[in-house]
Write a protein that binds this ligand. Structure first.
Ligand SMILES: *Cc1c(COP(=O)(O)O)cnc(C)c1O
Length: 217
């Protein structure tokens, strides 16, 4: 299957109101170009250095999403151009993004990452921490960031009942947060293996890699 065909079949399975992020991490520029030529304009990467190299070489109307874990000392390398940072998991990181965005006179959109999987290794806030962060209101002083919503990753398992339960929990957190932050509109959940369930549970943004570009090495 070609990238273009894969992309078209994913687009057919994803409703209008859900944004498709094409996750191109580890893939060569030719593959990204093929997706671009098929109309894709939003790409997701999980390493800042790799994303920056691709940003430099690819057309400038692409929106680059950082979907991986972000180290604070590397925010400066993407502050000039990044369109959405999905994995914000601390107030300190938010403050650093704000500081770097200011240097470029930009406002950077962010999603707060919520820990929904049972594995310990996945980063993110729990619901109580999320409400505490928002309740303190300190982040409203950060004028160069814009919190757009939440992001989460389900447990890596074949148990789709569990995956659905985790997505459902994230949607509930989103709805609770929306009471304090009515402007939030983005719920980033769902990957190649589980995006259909994620959409049924209220996802507005799916991050799909291998179903578009093929398996990664
Ligand atoms: C790699 C990755 C994806 C895409 O995974 P696929 O299974 O290839 O669709 C989505 N989200 C995050 C955070 C990722 O790191």
């Amino acid at each position: 299957m070609s990238i273009q065909k894969n992309l078209n079949s994913i687009k057919n399975a994803v409703p209008e109101h859900v944004t498709l992020v094409a996750v191109s991490k580890t893939k060569p520029l030719n593959d990204l170009q093929e997706a671009y030529d098929a109309g894709q304009r939003i790409f997701g990467e999980n390493k800042i250095q790799e994303m920056t190299q691709k940003w430099q070489k690819m057309p400038k109307d692409i929106q680059w999403h950082m979907i991986g874990h972000v180290q604070r000392n590397k925010v400066k390398y993407m502050a000039e151009y990044v369109s959405l940072i999905h994995g914000v998991d601390s107030f300190k990181l938010l403050r650093e993004i704000n500081k770097q965005a200011k240097k470029y006179d930009r406002t950077i959109s962010c999603l707060l990452q919520v820990h929904i999987a049972e594995e310990d290794s996945k980063f993110g806030f729990n619901e109580a921490e999320l409400l505490e962060l928002v309740g303190q209101g300190e982040f409203t002083l950060l004028e160069n960031i814009h919190i757009k919503g939440l992001m989460g990753m389900a447990t890596f398992t074949d148990d789709m009942v569990q995956v659905r339960r985790e997505f459902n929990g994230l949607k509930r957190s989103f709805d609770i947060l929306k009471k304090s932050l009515p402007e939030i509109n983005t719920l980033s959940m769902g990957m190649s293996g589980d995006y259909k369930i994620a959409i049924q549970e209220g996802s507005t943004m799916v991050r799909i890699g291998s179903s578009i570009f093929g398996v990664r090495n």
